[in-house]
Design a protein. Structure first.
Length: 85
């Protein structure tokens, strides 16, 4: 029995932490370009492995990655302010 392929959205969820890390490593003025590059790589990876990209999957990827960037950034900012106090 062939193994079922994951959906693009499940892959997006699994990749969100790592992708957000790459975005946060970039200078703020370059983060949009980094996200665009990550989206392109995500799309290409899904295509390469024959995983169907449904309408809205790329927007979903952007949504989960940017949410994770905000989440990690907020935690980092909170930790930084605690160090200063």
């Amino acid at each position: 029995m062939p193994k079922q392929k994951p959906s693009c959205r499940s892959i997006a969820d699994a990749m969100a932490d790592d992708a957000a890390g790459y975005v946060l490593l970039a200078p703020p003025e370059q983060r949009g370009d980094v996200i665009a590059s990550l989206v392109e790589s995500f799309r290409d990876g899904c295509i390469e492995y024959g995983i169907l990209i449904e309408p809205g999957d790329l927007a979903y990827y952007i949504k989960v990655v940017t949410a994770k960037v905000r989440e990690i950034g907020a935690v980092g900012a909170h930790s930084q302010s605690e160090k200063l106090n």
